[in-house]
Design a protein around this ligand. Structure first.
Ligand code: AMP
Ligand code: MG
Length: 486
């Protein structure tokens, strides 16, 4: 693989160079073939063996230049002045045959100067959760970091119990977070702040010509910030439409390029509930499902604040930020109307969506099953199944209004069903499915993860032999709690 480690050539204040600390007896747990293809990694037995040694901290890719990045961030609303890669390293940047650059980041690679009181390690459970979720989101069409593989080991790591020290090799177009900018703003290193912004614009926004041409000026930075606002708003609209809760939307977990980033106690909604809190440690519900759009806006405000020293006229920042609510709402409504099979937006459509969500919330209806079943209307079976699920007096009138609305759209049923099935997944990464795969993997059985991946990588298709992965959670699966301790 061809490495070009641009980040490692930035000034020393951006990172600390160091190598991964080895794990005992590393073994490969799972690899994503589609992620491997992104960097031209050929999964031959020999290459897999080398990859396992690299992820276990025993060898390095030739050409890599590992480093821990420094950043800070707002965590649960309060500013933490010094964070950074405390348990991961940027191994380097691979340029594939198409000329695309991919960061390789090894999570769980041992202590760094930014580990604070942590051990620098990750456990198998959390690596599998990130692996499954990032690959699942990608195949749902939601921007996200990717996961190449998970490696486990005999090194014990102490959490509530003793677990297996493991690593995840993450791929992303950038590992720069909102918190990188905050770090240089709050340490008053405006020169580094400018270097970081210019670096990001050059490396990750190179396709936006206006931004490139105006680089280094107020207009260039305005275009940059406005683009981050736009990408973040669209990303969160996609989470909301898919029923995905991130769980820890601290600014150090927000990617500057608008990817879903840093998977912790995330969750996909089963029974629809606006106030779903997936993170067991989030007692106030700061990061509840319904809060995500507003938190995205708030986080962008923190990024905007950090960019102030780059501008002569800082009012431009506020103007760009003020676009957020409209971009978010327009995108969200468009996605929801797609889910309903409505192609041309009309007056009253917003109400149709709002009313439906209220019904789903009131009846705690399974979000994914509802929309997938809706694709089969006007069949009587589908109508019956929906009415049974949304056990609410107002559902019948809603359905009548919906059918009337569809009738004005002029698309035939079959075309609409096909379109709807391309946006309403049959399979999502339900918490209990991840849990089942983890429990088996912890016993050395990786087959469950492989079959789960088969549906998650083609979530809009039918998988007749794997239908059970589309089921609602059993009782035990509804009560699972996920905390930050990973
Ligand atoms: P997270 O909650 O995973 O987004 O992490 C927040 C901060 O804590 C980051 O700076 C991480 O690098 C650091 N961190 C999390 N877990 C550990 C750990 N086990 N050892 C060292 N640092 C950690
Ligand atoms: Mg983080």
């Amino acid at each position: 693989m061809n490495f070009n480690n641009t980040f490692s050539r930035l000034p020393d204040v951006f990172f600390t160079k160091l190598n991964p600390a080895p794990l005992d007896n590393p073994k490969l747990v799972v690899i994503s073939s589609s992620a491997a293809a992104l960097i031209g990694f050929e999964p031959s037995p020999q290459n897999l063996d080398a990859l396992t040694k690299i992820c276990g901290g025993h060898e390095l890719f030739s050409g890599s230049a590992p480093l821990a990045m420094v950043y800070s961030g707002h965590q649960f609303g309060g500013y933490s002045p010094q964070l950074g890669d405390g348990r991961g390293l940027l191994l380097g940047e691979v340029v594939n045959d198409q000329g695309e650059k991919w960061d390789l980041h090894l999570k769980g690679s041992g202590p760094t100067p930014y580990s604070r009181s942590g051990d620098g390690r990750a456990v198998l459970r959390s690596c599998i959760r990130e692996f499954l979720a990032s690959e699942a989101l990608h195949h749902l069409g939601i921007p996200t970091t990717r996961a190449l593989c998970v490696v486990s080991s005999d090194t014990p790591v102490y959490r509530e119990t003793t677990e297996a020290g493991s690593t995840l090799l993450r791929l992303a177009k950038s590992h720069i977070r909102f918190g990188h900018f905050e770090y240089f703003y709050y340490t008053r290193n405006h020169e580094a702040l400018k270097t970081l912004a210019d670096y990001t614009i050059e490396n990750n926004f190179s396709d936006l010509e206006d931004m490139q041409e105006q680089a280094g000026t107020d207009e260039g930075y305005r275009l940059f910030y406005a683009e981050v606002v736009r990408r973040t708003a669209k990303l969160i609209a996609k989470w909301q439409a898919a029923g995905f809760a991130h769980g820890v939307m601290n600014t150090d977990n927000m990617s500057i390029i608008g990817d879903t980033f840093d998977y912790g106690p995330y969750g996909f909604i089963d029974d629809f509930n606006w106030h779903y809190i997936c993170n067991h440690s989030d007692h106030q519900g700061r990061y509840a499902f319904s809060q995500q759009p507003e938190i995205g806006h708030w986080n962008l405000g923190r990024l905007g604040q950090a960019l102030v020293p780059l501008f002569d006229n800082a009012e431009l920042i506020q103007t760009a930020l003020d676009e957020y609510p409209k971009i978010y709402t327009d995108t969200y409504m468009e996605l929801m109307l797609n889910k309903l099979g409505i192609s041309n937006k009309q007056e009253g459509d917003d109400q149709l969506v709002t009313d439906l969500l209220q019904l789903l919330h009131d009846s705690r209806c399974d979000y994914t099953i509802f929309f997938r079943t809706l694709c089969d209307l006007p069949s009587d079976n589908a109508k019956h199944a929906l009415t049974e699920r949304v056990n609410h007096a107002s559902f019948e009138p809603w359905l009548t209004a919906y059918n009337l609305r569809l009738a004005t759209d002029n698309t035939d049923h079959q075309a609409r069903q096909t379109q709807m099935k391309q946006v309403n997944p049959k399979f999502i990464l339900r918490n209990y499915l991840a849990q089942q795969a983890i429990e088996k993997a912890e016993k050395g059985d990786y087959q469950e993860m492989e079959s789960l991946m088969a549906v998650l990588t083609a979530p809009f298709e039918e998988h007749p032999n794997l239908e059970h992965y589309a089921s609602e959670p059993p009782e035990w699966g509804k009560k699972l709690e996920v905390s930050c301790s990973s």
